[in-house]
Design a binder for this molecule. Structure first.
Ligand code: ATP
Ligand code: MG
Length: 243
């Protein structure tokens, strides 16, 4: 029997939750495979927040609380795994919460918005338009939401849309366990940590950072350093894996 506080137990519970949400249509089948890729990288960082991951989370908090119009973009996996954590982060940083889907149907958007509202989030659900420079469903977003945001948090975003948002001049914060993904490399700031660990850490930092901490973090943003630290962590663990 695996004890409930063990990372393996949490990962089994998470899989069950994702499978349940996939059956209801909230999580896309492709979302299940994306989760598996994330799990593999989580193994490599030791299923815990690293020092560089925490630095990225504090920097994300500094960006969100200093933003003019911050937006948290939520997809099916994020809503299934962390609806309450999204609501708590919204409360801590005042960002607008908007649902944007890769595999987009009106029904899925409505289901995910309901899930978020039931968890306490205030969801922005104005009319969506094809506004992003992308040729498929991912071009959809709302004019008063992501399109006019200066800072966008995109947990578990795909590489194309991350690049499109950066090309529009936005500060893009990604949460992605894979430091090699196109998302991780194109984002302004990448948090290489598991979603349900990263979101509460950002909320905590939003509440606790002093103005001086915030200014220091904003003046020293270095995504290349954060990614190379994550890769260093993984290679160091691998080289001692069988000790
Ligand atoms: P690219 O950015 O190159 O398009 P990709 O095709 O792997 O990469 P997607 O599948 O579109 O990206 O997005 C899923 C990403 O999210 C994966 O890189 C995966 O590592 C990461 N991921 C999945 N689940 C989690 C999680 N719970 N926490 C953090 N990251 C996760
Ligand atoms: Mg992709």
């Amino acid at each position: 029997m695996i004890p409930p506080d063990h990372p393996r137990y949490r990962s089994l519970v998470t899989r069950e939750r994702l499978a349940g949400c996939a059956k209801k249509g909230i999580v896309a089948m492709e979302g299940l495979t994306a989760h598996g890729r994330g799990e593999a990288f989580d193994y490599l960082i030791g299923e815990r927040t690293t020092i560089s991951g925490l630095l990225a989370e504090q920097t994300a908090a500094a960006m969100l609380i200093s933003a003019r119009h911050p937006v948290i973009s939520v997809n099916g996996n994020t809503a299934a795994l962390a609806a309450h954590e999204i609501a708590a982060l919204q409360e801590a940083c005042g960002a607008l919460v908007e649902v944007n889907l890769f595999h987009r149907t009106e029904k899925r958007v409505a289901q995910i918005e309901d899930l978020l509202r039931n968890a306490g989030a205030d969801v922005y659900s104005g009319e969506a338009e094809r506004l992003l420079p992308l040729s498929h469903d991912r071009a959809w977003c709302r004019r008063g939401g992501m399109f006019s945001a200066d800072v966008v948090l995109v947990p578990l975003e795909d590489g194309d849309r991350c690049e499109a948002l950066v090309s529009l001049g936005k500060t893009v914060i990604a949460i992605d366990l894979n430091p090699l993904s196109r998302t991780a490399r194109h984002a302004t700031l990448t948090i290489v940590d598991e979603l349900t660990r990263a979101l509460p850490a950002i909320s905590r930092a939003c509440r606790e950072l002093s103005a001086a901490d915030r200014d220091r973090l904003l003046s020293t943003v270095d995504n290349h350093y954060l990614l190379s630290e994550a890769i260093h962590e993984m290679t160091a663990r691998l080289s001692h894996a069988l000790d």
